[in-house]
Design a protein around this ligand. Structure first.
Ligand code: SF4
Length: 100
């Protein structure tokens, strides 16, 4: 009995650790899910699977993640697969800052 309970606890810890390692650290507060993708459940689900829950490889192919890693912020309207480069996005952010 004790071994069975210990085994269950270990499985839960493994599952939790796995989730922690595969989900992007920005996911809980990522503005696209309550903003630009709010009414697009299928698209949101596809983005989440391809980027947010895809571990380091997924996050590192997300333009939002990369911009935030470089600057500490990413505008809420940038999608993970935007055609713009990281440098272009950051340049636009700098230009917007100068105009405000
Ligand atoms: S969209 Fe990008 S930055 Fe936002 S949670 Fe997903 S991987 Fe992270």
């Amino acid at each position: 009995m004790f071994n069975f309970a210990t085994q269950i606890i270990k499985q839960k810890q493994t599952t939790y650790t796995h989730k922690m390692e595969t989900t992007c650290k920005n996911y809980e507060k990522c503005p696209i899910y309550n903003g630009i993708l709010k009414d697009k459940a299928t698209t949101a689900s596809n983005y989440r699977r391809k980027y947010c829950d895809a571990g380091h490889e997924g996050w590192n192919s997300c333009k939002r993640y990369l911009v935030k890693e470089k600057t500490g912020f990413c505008p809420p309207d940038i999608l993970p697969n935007t055609f713009r480069s990281i440098d272009e996005i950051i340049h636009e952010m700098e230009m917007m800052q100068k105009l405000s």
